[in-house]
Design a protein around this ligand. Structure first.
Ligand SMILES: [Zn+2]
Length: 278
């Protein structure tokens, strides 16, 4: 069974971390809101039980930051909760459905011990309420702002809780490690813009989609890295050189547990800006 570590970050926020995912929750006065549903319905249920136990409030909303499985597939555990996401979340879930069913089949064969967990995944769930730019969840004086920005994926969004200066940033930050920019809907320019906007928010604690909890310093490191990687990629393209010639700007260069993440990201930048330059 997946080991999940739960940690209360502030009075009103909780984070659940495992090898495969990070999810969390915010408690308002009369209800709580869960952010991301974990990888499996079974882990989603564990998260749900913990949030209800710690906050002693009903969970009224589930907000999904983007359509990747490690954030989305626990949704069946919240089947009686109002599901919120950006408008493009629906588009991305639907666009991926067919291929995803094939991938589940392959996954069952690859990891038969997980077959019962995979069987419980149900990708027919879609958000009940969507937003194009943003939406505010209010409970008395407390507010949680859900904002759509794109970047890591076209549907990427984040949850900002100004009352405690906490931000759930999803996969816009893979803290202390390489970003994964291999999704077909990734937009490096929107990613840079989103992080620049986030730099203007009054935030002390940032819960990333992967890696340790960080502060705005990490956002600055990240946005500088993405900007430099963009510049370098454009220079390489202008000189008509191949992707292998990209000189990686100083960053978590030697801290890449998954080499394919780095490779996919460099190739994506190269193709993305290559298409832009025509
Ligand atoms: Zn992701």
């Amino acid at each position: 069974m997946t080991n999940i570590a739960y940690k209360k970050i502030t009075d009103r926020t909780l984070v659940a971390t495992s090898e495969d995912f990070i999810a969390g929750a915010i408690s308002l006065d009369n209800f709580s809101l869960v952010i991301d549903s974990t990888l499996f319905p079974s882990t989603g249920r564990l998260l749900r039980n913990q949030v209800e136990k710690v906050f002693k409030l009903p969970i009224r909303f589930l907000f999904i930051t983007h359509y990747h499985g490690d954030h989305l597939w626990g949704v069946p555990a919240f089947n009686d909760v109002i599901f919120l996401g950006s408008e493009l979340l629906i588009e991305n879930i639907i666009a991926e459905r067919e291929i995803q069913l094939i991938r589940f089949e392959e996954w069952r064969k690859r990891e038969p011990k997980k077959a019962h967990l995979i069987d419980e995944i149900d990708i027919s769930f879609l958000p009940h309420i969507t937003f194009t730019n943003g939406i505010e969840i209010r409970d008395g004086k407390l507010v949680v702002e859900l904002n759509h920005c794109g970047g890591h994926t076209s549907c990427s969004s984040y949850a900002y809780f100004p009352h405690e200066k906490v931000l759930f940033i999803g996969d816009l930050i893979f803290a202390k490690q390489w970003p994964w920019a291999g999704d077909p809907t990734c937009n490096p320019d929107k990613w840079i813009n989103a992080l620049q906007e986030i730099m203007n928010l009054d935030v002390e604690t940032i819960i990333p989609g992967h890696g340790p909890i960080v502060s705005k310093e990490e956002v600055e490191v990240y946005v500088n890295f993405l900007k430099k990687l963009k510049e370098e990629t454009i220079t390489i393209l202008e000189n008509e050189k191949g992707v292998e010639c990209i000189k990686i700007p100083p960053f978590y260069k030697d801290n890449t547990p998954r080499e394919w993440v780095k490779k996919a990201t460099l190739e994506y930048f190269y193709n993305y800006y290559g298409n832009q330059l025509g």
